[in-house]
Design a protein around this ligand. Structure first.
Ligand SMILES: [Zn+2]
Length: 368
């Protein structure tokens, strides 16, 4: 009667963290989108939706949206639909799947006529428990032909273990911002869900002022290293850089058509980039390099630690930084993203990190 569809399609990644000494686990996972389609011949009226989060069949948490909240959550998708109108196919970057929504059939209403659909996106779950979440059961309760009915759907929740040993792509101290603790940036895009940006402040740990030229920033053109052995499957080197902190070439509408025709989409956004395939079909993506600074070309075999290019300020970038994310497939924006665990990253207490502990974390990458 109801067709459910969700993304990620196969399973949800729980980027969990163990709390030392206490025996607790922070469960942290996101349902990117849930689509509910009335595939029956009757009109249905949605009453509520229930999320039961389980560990080995036992409930850890049960959360239920009653009508008003349910309807409120439907509004979320409508913040994204203009993207599809502006850039056809643009929603794939968020949901990882082409044509996930049938926007012509989409309604923001609890009453669904046959073949109408609704849903919501970016439902984030984070809670502390002694157990690890391994299953999400979604139950939809609705009225049809004057009686109450329900249907359930199960989505596995898994932890992700990298297939290779990875070294951090930079050396020394870095601020890692926009990592998975920030719910409003990379995390809302399927392939970049666990992506992050690395920046530095000035020598007094103050942010560099707006308008400062790239050349006057002490970490401009820092070497970026391959995180493991692999093959360069794609790269780009020729995009001109933004001139300073806070000014983007993309912000000038008169320049955009020429930038796009010369360099293409998505390069005008990613800036100069390198995309590397590692063993086990894990891919690493590095973006915003300085113009003509790449040390590799498409098809090159690279070694772990090899310099691949110099950090810059190209593309959709507000200041000199390295953007990094890992995905499962040859397209850096369509494959699903997954966490990358590094063997040589420490926090300011000298403790080795499995994952970043907060947004804007200062980390240290040891030479190995
Ligand atoms: Zn980024």
């Amino acid at each position: 009667m109801i067709t459910f569809r969700h993304t990620p399609e196969d399973y949800i990644i729980n980027i969990s963290e163990e709390i030392p000494y206490w025996g607790y686990i922070v469960n942290d996972f996101m349902l990117s989108a849930l689509k509910i389609r009335n595939s029956s011949e009757s009109t249905i009226e949605l009453q509520s939706i229930r999320f039961r989060i389980e560990h080995e069949g036992k409930a850890l948490r049960i959360i239920e949206f009653q009508k008003e909240i349910f309807k409120e959550r439907m509004n979320e998708l409508f913040r994204y639909t203009p993207i599809e109108e502006q850039y056809p196919g643009g929603l794939v970057a968020y949901f990882g799947v082409e044509n996930f929504w049938n926007l012509d059939d989409y309604v923001k209403d609890l009453v669904l006529e046959p073949n109408q659909e609704t849903g919501f996106c970016f439902e984030h779950f984070k809670f502390t428990d002694t157990k690890l979440a391994d299953r999400l059961i979604i139950t939809l309760i609705f009225d049809v032909n004057g009686s109450s009915s329900s249907e359930s759907y199960v989505i596995p929740i898994k932890q992700y273990k990298n297939k290779n040993q990875y070294q951090f792509p930079l050396k020394g101290n870095w601020f890692i911002s926009g990592n998975h603790h920030s719910l409003w940036g990379h995390r809302r895009s399927c392939s970049q869900e666990f992506g992050w940006d690395a920046i530095k402040h000035d020598k007094n740990l103050q942010p560099y002022p707006k308008g400062i030229k790239n050349e006057d920033v002490h970490y401009y053109k820092t070497e970026v290293h391959a995180i493991a052995d692999g093959e360069v499957v794609d790269c780009y080197n020729r995009l001109p850089e933004n001139p300073d902190k806070g000014t983007k070439l993309l912000d000038d509408p008169s320049k955009v058509p020429q930038l796009v025709s010369e360099h293409g989409i998505p390069t005008v956004g990613t800036g100069n980039f390198v995309y590397i395939r590692h063993a086990g079909e894990e891919y690493s993506f590095y973006a915003h390099f300085a113009t003509n600074s790449l040390k590799v070309k498409k098809g090159d075999k690279v070694k772990q630690g090899q310099v691949i290019g110099l950090m810059g300020n190209s593309g959709n970038s507000n200041s000199i930084h390295l953007h990094f994310h890992m995905t499962s497939g040859p397209n850096p924006f369509i494959g699903r993203g997954f966490p990358c665990q590094f063997t040589n990253v420490y926090n300011d207490m000298g403790e080795k990190l499995k994952h970043f502990e907060n947004d804007g974390q200062l980390i240290y990458a040891k030479d190995s």
